[in-house]
Design a protein around this ligand. Structure first.
Ligand code: FMN
Length: 172
């Protein structure tokens, strides 16, 4: 798929077919995450691939906006390993860059996904639940999860804000 088309047509997909995702594609999705920009090229990410139905079910129950995670073929949980850094927000933003690369790669392969939140500064309880399920160490932040599967829904083109609302030319 052409890059600009891929960016313009990606949507969040929350319904998945019961069809296996080839390992080669999963590897490519991870590599696309690893190719993202990161602050000082620290590459502060780590990825937990979850395939077991029982664990997918548990992840889907960690908060109210995650029920569809149980229906995915797999879920990649994105973590941030450089949390001792004074520049923790830059580390988190770097992991977000990896997530977006992966969302685009997923769409490129005809698959669907949806950023599903985990990290929340005001409430760390969801993050702790995910740490417990996946045995993630305390010093690693858990940012988000990307459930992946072949789409079982068709989404129309997204309405975006009017250019005049979001673009300031030369000054605010
Ligand atoms: C930081 C962030 C957190 C999100 N958390 C969730 C979530 O927990 N559950 C969910 O269903 N969608 C979540 N989303 C997906 C958004 O709802 C979705 O991106 C938005 O509605 C725009 O739709 P689109 O992705 O199809 O363009 C999240 C997206 C972002 C960027």
């Amino acid at each position: 798929m052409e890059t600009i088309d891929c960016i313009k047509t990606r949507r969040s997909i929350r319904k998945y077919k019961d069809k296996v995702v080839p390992e080669g594609i999963i590897n490519e999705i991870i590599e696309c995450g690893q190719r993202a920009p990161s602050a000082h090229n620290t590459q502060p990410w780590a990825f937990v691939i979850v395939r077991e139905k029982e664990k997918l079910e548990k992840l889907s129950k960690t908060h109210q906006w995650a029920p569809f995670v149980k229906d995915a073929q797999l879920c990649i949980v994105l973590c941030c390993t450089k949390t001792e850094s004074v520049n923790k927000s830059a580390m988190h933003m770097s992991v977000a860059c990896a997530a977006q690369n992966m969302l685009l790669a997923i769409h490129n392969f005809g698959l669907g996904s949806c950023w599903t939140y985990i990290h929340n500064l005001e409430d760390t309880s969801v993050e702790q639940k995910v740490r417990d399920i996946l045995e993630i160490p305390k010093n690693v932040d858990v940012i988000c999860m990307l459930p992946i599967g072949y789409p079982n829904q068709v989404r129309s083109e997204k309405e975006i804000k009017n250019r005049r609302e979001v673009v300031h030319d030369g000054k605010w």
